[in-house]
Write a protein that binds this ligand. Sequence first.
Ligand SMILES: Cc1ncc(C[n+]2csc(CCOP(=O)(O)OP(=O)(O)O)c2C)c(N)n1
Ligand SMILES: CC(=O)[C@@H](O)[C@H](O)COP(=O)(O)O
Ligand SMILES: [Mg+2]
Length: 650
Amino acid sequence: MSLLASISKPADLDSLSQAQLDQLADEIRAFLVESVSRTGGHLGPNLGVVELTMAVHLVFESPRDSIVFDTGHIGYVHKLLTGRQDFDHLRSRGGLSGYPSRAESEHDIVENSHASTSLAWAEGIAKGRRLAGETGTSTVAVIGDGALTGGMAWEALNDIAAHKDLPLVIVVNDNERSYAPTTGGLAEHLAVLRATRSYEQVLSWGRRTISSAPVVGQRAFEALHGMKKGLKDIIAPQVLFEDLGLKYLGPFDGHDISALTTALRRARDFGGPVIVHAITEKGRGYEHARNHVDDQFHAVGVINPETGLPLEIAGRSWTENFSETLCEIGREREDVVAVTAAMLIPVGLRDFAQAYPDRVFDVGIAEQHATTMAAGLSFAGRHPVVAIYSTFLNRAFDQVLMDCALHRQGVTFVLDRAGVTGSDGASHNGMWDFALTSIVPGIRVAAPRDGEQTSIALREAVDVSDGPTLLRFPKGSEPRPVPAVARRGTLDVLARHPAPEGQAQQVQDARVEIEDVPSLALDEPVDVLLVGVGAMAQVAVDAASVIADSGASVQVVDPRWVLPISEDLLTAARSARYVGVIEDHVAANGIGSALAAALAETGEPLAVHRFGLPKEFLDHAGRNEILADAGLTAPVVAEKVVAVLHPALL
Ligand SMILES: Cc1ncc(C[n+]2csc(CCOP(=O)(O)OP(=O)(O)O)c2C)c(N)n1
Ligand SMILES: CC(=O)[C@@H](O)[C@H](O)COP(=O)(O)O
Ligand SMILES: [Mg+2]
């Protein structure tokens, strides 16, 4: 039986010899490569924390001691050591979550994958324990160098430093990378600290040799130690953490279990906040990860473990389409600049950065800063495009509201991963952006239905200079183009059943240029109006065909610019007996709610049937599985509409 198979709880580590611990680390690495290659997941980050996680569990006694993993994507080894070794369905329905999960284990505390929160969590836990009179327990946060660039981390460090007797251990997992190499002054500082590692090595050599020499040994060693401290201060004059008043230990080799356990025991027994700086390698032990330039296999799909090459070939993604259009705009408009929060490649800014290196700003994992800096860029005559995952904009709401919108700054937000993402679990779904932005005065929000509309919306957005604009699209491959039969203003008519005289029910060829027909009649009475929002447009078109078979007249529209609600959409809604809005967003406070509110404000309240996501945190599963669970499929939408209509139709 493998050593790994013999580990069912952290205490099982205690009986292992150093050689066995090293063997276990090798077994875990081999397991991760084999298993995550089959399922996809955060292979690189977890290969980098094998020894570190083992050392944490050797020194601290989870769950009596609390161990918080920042961002949570580095929790695989922790799971393996806490009784969860079936990774066959990792991040799939019914399988292990890709992040800590309280439902899975008492050892798991923070499930949310939003970076930079671990120190606040840990400080709160430590303070709460102290108030509860608990003694002898420890609280540990494991935070990456990338997450350490987040504002929340520094808010916490500032506060923690004021509590010199708070028993709190902060393990900095420094692999020099977020996805790409970590940016900013902190990254440079950590690099300097890493450079002093050689002094640690000299010091430990001194501890082993000089101090053992008879008589002069100890004095010579103390002289060396003093020199080392002095040299360290010269090389790293501002040992940031120590200047904050925090005890700093390190840097240590984050793959040396013995060195780590020694340091962690010192930290545990210190009795106050201690930072233990561990230097690790993302993708350690797997050459394809180590050699992967973009992100050292930060998050892989299904790959061939022998070659490291992907086994799943995806179609052209929404992100790629955005990237191409932004580069075109960049050629035409030198005022357009781009901003990312440590996700240059995932959000599609690589090509723009290569073409215009001076016009891209990677601010680290700092979305709030990114947003307000964008307001400043706009004030200075640039037009910033802030490319960000929908879910991560949540934390920058105040900056959108009070920096960009209040000052009417022309800033464009491009939200990738909007709607259901699925496999990354509840904290990654971008299902709240309409709700958040619908209350922002002056913002204009677009939900393009396909790649072509994304390009059009982006161009329209960067042309707006008197307030923020935002467009959002989902994860993955872009759909087949969804053609329109007519257009009025920003509203596209995608289908009509029956078709007006001389008009096709539905245009098959999306390449047909749609003329804007201001006189297009939108107020012809119709039984059903379906509003297909963004990527749900095709669902609306398909559902309309089924509804029409029941004898009802149906019109399908795509508002394109969904907020604020347009007069054209209000006109279309007033002409219908039944209005349904289909959106990849929480049904509560989405576009359906905004339409209902707008109708009510005009004194013509009308029931708007909202087809959206439940106001729940959705467990990890495939995107299409979750959309189906929510009834966001054409057959289910059609069935619900006809069930309401039929009595009236009979
Ligand atoms: C607020 C927020 N922004 C962006 C992300 C996306 N993200 C996930 S992991 C990661 C990099 C984290 O780097 P680091 O903390 O150094 O951990 P590592 O992956 O290097 O172990 C980023 C940017 C996130 N999870 N949370
Ligand atoms: C942990 C984290 O926030 C990211 O790594 C996220 O998992 C990436 O998601 P995508 O795979 O959608 O880029
Ligand atoms: Mg890192």
